[in-house]
Write a protein that binds this ligand. Structure first.
Ligand SMILES: Nc1ncnc2c1ncn2[C@@H]1O[C@H](COP(=O)(O)OP(=O)(O)O)[C@@H](O)[C@H]1O
Ligand SMILES: [Mg+2]
Length: 381
């Protein structure tokens, strides 16, 4: 028989690997003043495991904040089910709708949302006071949270006497002090400058590793999403367009929307000449374009777009062998510090490709634009 105080390895592993958040088919519509109906969240389902950071990525207006606020209990969804640590906090069918305080989660906002008339200490202590912590324990927990985010020196200061980066650290400490297993972030770093943003991202990753909370992190910044997310859900008009790890999202996007939102792309529009299991051939202004990665609903005779990343493309002085060699003019060279990019044009359309040291045409001269078919995605436009 298993002794309860000596859990076996499997039990221990399942303790760490469980869902801290489950969202099932959540819908939330808004009605605009002009009567227009906006499906802000349109049937979203997802799960966040303990210690996992799920990033919600998408352009402004795609429903990120509405989804996050629905999870937090600040927005009342039309339908669906939301569970935190396996407990339903919202369920339209069972008429459950717990208040934000009852949901046992914390939230960090873009605007910091600190109390200006309270010291850093009292701001961090706020959720503990709400939960009725005794003085001695409250003091110890606030000091511990302050230390975690490097605020121990300024606990007596007031929010308007500290920098934006420090203010966001206070908001972070306030979210972490309660020890909730789920923390929601709504674009928390978009108001701090680039250097502090970089520091805080690294610290946030470290804190998550150390404390093991699950996170839902909203951003419109694809670089931030790639750095922070164990998985990324790309939102498009309130729906999840694709949910995957950063590498898969980058190398196997399922649509033009995802491909262009995550990383830079070159695009060539055309008509599908043929499509089979090995790929598709497009007829375009550049000439024939062969792509091996074909998205859904690409059919012969229909319109399609070929997409490739700048790092997959090249410009050559000599005509390369094989398919996907197109005559084009070499323009500028752009040096970024880590690599050089060439701008190549064909009929006033510009493409960007990386250099690999092989000979390129002189600036302004004709040459060859090329990319391997295995790096070309073909999608419906
Ligand atoms: N209170 C509201 N009333 C009406 N429309 C809203 C309201 N809140 C958000 N919306 C609309 O819902 C959509 C999603 O908004 P939001 O969730 O804020 O997107 P994001 O955070 O991705 O920028 C947008 O079209 C927005 O205009
Ligand atoms: Mg938003």
């Amino acid at each position: 028989m298993k002794s309860p105080d000596r859990p076996d390895a499997a039990a221990e592993a399942s303790e760490r690997d469980h869902a801290v958040l489950t969202v099932g088919d959540v819908h939330k519509h808004f009605r605009r003043a002009n009567g227009q109906d906006v499906p802000a969240v349109d049937g979203v389902s997802l799960e966040v495991r303990a210690g996992e950071c799920l990033v919600l990525l998408g352009p402004s207006g795609c429903g990120k904040t509405t989804l996050l606020r629905s999870i937090a209990g600040l927005e009342h969804p039309d339908s669906g089910r939301i569970e935190v640590e396996g407990r339903p906090v919202f369920c339209s069918r069972d008429r459950i709708n717990r208040s934000p305080q009852q949901r046992r989660l914390s939230m960090v906002f873009q605007s910091y949302a600190l109390w200006p008339n309270m010291s850093v200490f009292d701001n961090i202590a706020y959720p503990l006071r709400q939960r009725g912590f005794k003085r001695a324990q409250l003091k110890a927990e606030v000091r511990r949270a302050g230390e975690l985010v490097g605020l121990d020196e300024i606990l007596r200061s007031y929010p308007n006497h500290i920098s934006g980066g420090q203010q966001q650290r206070v908001a972070l400490a306030r979210a972490l002090v309660s020890g909730d297993s789920l923390v929601l972030f709504d674009e928390p770093l978009s108001n701090v400058d680039a250097k502090v943003r970089q520091e805080l991202r690294i610290e946030l990753k470290g804190l998550q590793h150390k404390l093991g909370f699950g996170a839902v992190y909203v951003t419109h910044d694809q670089e931030e999403a790639m750095e922070l997310g164990h998985r990324i859900a790309v939102l498009e008009h309130g729906k999840i367009a694709q949910m995957a790890g950063p590498e898969e999202l980058y190398s196997r996007p399922v649509s033009r929307y995802v491909a262009t939102f995550v990383g830079s792309t070159n695009e060539i529009e055309g008509t599908v000449e043929s499509v089979d299991a090995d790929g598709a051939v497009l007829s375009t202004a550049l000439g024939k374009v062969v792509g091996a990665r074909v998205g859904p609903d690409v059919t012969a005779g229909g319109k399609a777009v070929a997409i490739f990343r700048p790092e997959a493309g090249r410009v050559r002085a000599e005509r390369p062998d094989g398919p996907n060699a197109w005559e084009a003019r070499r323009r500028d060279r752009l040096f970024s510090g880590t690599h050089s990019e060439y701008v190549v044009t064909h009929e006033r359309v510009a493409y960007r490709v990386w250099s690999d040291g092989a000979p390129v045409p002189a600036e302004g001269e004709m040459g060859w634009l090329t990319v391997p078919p295995s790096d070309v995605h073909i999608f419906r436009p």
